[in-house]
Write a protein that binds this ligand. Structure first.
Ligand code: CMP
Length: 471
């Protein structure tokens, strides 16, 4: 990379060297009164040629390529580079024509007003494109990699040439937009000066759901989403009270415009699950009430049957089981949703009715380690429920997962009345705790190993520095 950057510098130095050799030969020839006027004449022309070429290459390198180039400030200005290169070589051709062949084009260029007028008129559009291209590059209006919307076309800038700006749309189509459109039309840049962009999702909730509850639920939902910024915080606006719904707008901030449709999709999909779990209704004009009552009835049956199948609950009687069912309900989680979070307090027990979940442990360095994948019929959340401690792991839905969620009140007195329950649970609890401890110790020993490596490196560095008397 560095060698490539320095190549023009070496080239110009070689050209200067050749020019220098010509100069030296001419001086020696003149000093020794050698009478080869023809050869001296050719030598002088060659000297001019090599010197001019060397100077052009050096100037171009200094202005456009060198590490300290002033153009670096602008996104790169490939366009400016081409213009500078053109002007430098054009100037060099004028100089060489004049010096080598005695042809002077300058008066022709400066006096031909008619020619200039005709050219300007016929090239009006092209010149507009050209000057807008210059403006885009120098003012850093748009640059390669920016996400923009120009003349209703949205995409990522591939290139700004002297004539057109090229976009690659989300559908992978390349759109060529004449540069002048950027000046005449409407332009939105989603990347510069700030890549922050608000992804907005509109959603209606029923008149029965209190706005504060809906707003909190939406904000909590957005906070847990990948690719959504923690700062600025997500916010919810109430946009209006319409015929059959109160309408909300969730604004979540994203740092890369490319991700906006994915984040919106994730929000829209999670709204369905979160609203369901919180009994918030997404209303629509037609409603059939009896269907819901029927469902409620069958839900109780399903929960009852599922709880009966849990081995450690087998000793409890029918009434006790009914009491648990009374404090239970169904909750559905979308893929990727966090069901319980390590470190948070919790008093709910989850039995997987359908789908599956991943159990993850986050060590003190923030690395997540998988502990287990639990499937239909398996349960989690019992550790906090029984020990009253914060959640010891994070549980995430591996696919769309429906859980029977039992509140701690459902288990009240049951453990006291049935001491064998705790016994049969303790085996599983011990196994899970054991796995957790193993992973924790592994994380600690990994960290210790890393710390030992760092301190060893430091030691060696200090010794070397001391030896060479550095710092
Ligand atoms: P709790 O601590 O309430 O919340 C996180 C849950 O993850 C925990 O209860 C257990 O139910 C579950 N869990 C913890 N460790 C394991 C493990 N090793 N295997 C399966 N599940 C676990």
């Amino acid at each position: 990379m560095r060698a490539k950057l320095l190549k023009p510098l070496f080239t110009s130095l070689i050209l200067y060297l050749i020019a220098g050799i010509f100069k030296a030969i001419i001086i020696i020839a003149k000093a020794n009164a050698l009478h080869f006027p023809q050869l001296i004449h050719i030598g002088e022309k060659s000297l001019t040629l090599f010197f001019t070429l060397g100077t052009v290459i050096l100037l171009r390198w200094v202005i456009a390529d060198a590490p300290f180039s002033m153009l670096r400030r602008y996104t790169v200005a490939p366009l400016l580079k081409s213009i500078i290169t053109f002007l430098l070589y054009f100037g060099a051709v004028l100089v060489l024509l004049n010096r080598l062949f005695g042809i002077n084009l300058t008066p022709l260029l400066t006096t031909s007003a008619v020619l200039t007028g005709v050219l300007a008129l016929s090239l009006q559009e092209t010149l507009k494109n050209f000057f807008t291209g210059l403006w885009i590059n120098t003012e850093r209006i748009v640059a390669k990699g920016d996400w923009v919307k120009i003349a209703d076309k949205e995409g990522e800038i591939l290139e700004v040439t002297w004539n057109t700006t090229r976009l690659l749309t989300r559908k992978n189509d390349c759109v060529y937009i004449p540069n002048r459109i950027l000046m005449e039309g409407h332009l939105e840049n989603y990347t510069y000066p700030s890549p922050l962009h608000a992804a907005e999702v509109d959603i209606g909730a029923s008149y029965f759901d209190p706005p504060t509850k809906v707003k909190n639920v939406l904000i909590d939902l957005a906070k847990d989403l990948p690719n959504v910024m923690i700062e600025p915080k997500p916010e919810v606006w109430i946009t209006n009270y319409s015929d059959f719904s109160i309408n909300y707008r969730l604004r979540a901030w994203v740092n890369d415009f490319r991700l906006v449709p994915y984040v919106k999709t994730e929000i829209n999909s999670r709204i369905w699950y979160v609203f369901r779990r919180n009994n918030i209704e997404i209303p629509f004009p037609a409603r059939v009430n009896y269907a819901r009552q029927e469902k409620k009835h069958s839900e109780t049956e399903i929960i009852m049957n599922s709880l009966k199948d849990i081995e450690f609950l087998s000793p409890i009687n029918y009434d006790e089981l009914r009491n648990i069912v009374f404090y239970s309900n169904f909750e559905t989680f979308g893929v990727g949703e966090i069901i319980v979070k390590q470190g948070e307090t919790g008093d709910t027990f989850y039995l997987i009715h359908s789908g599956s979940v991943d159990v993850l442990y986050k060590d003190s360095a923030g690395n997540e380690k998988p502990l287990a994948t639990l499937k239909q019929g398996e349960f989690f959340g019992e550790m906090s429920l029984l020990a009253g401690e914060p959640r010891r792991a994070t549980v995430i839905a591996n696919e769309d997962t429906s859980c029977i969620v039992v509140n701690s009140k459902g288990f009240q007195n049951i453990f006291i009345k049935n001491p064998t329950l705790a016994e049969s649970l303790s085996e599983l609890l011990a196994k899970r705790s054991d796995e957790l401890e193993k992973i924790k110790n592994l994380a600690v020993s990994e960290r210790e190993k890393l710390e030992a490596e760092i301190s060893l490196k430091k030691n060696i560095m200090n010794k070397i520095k001391k030896f060479f008397k550095v710092g």
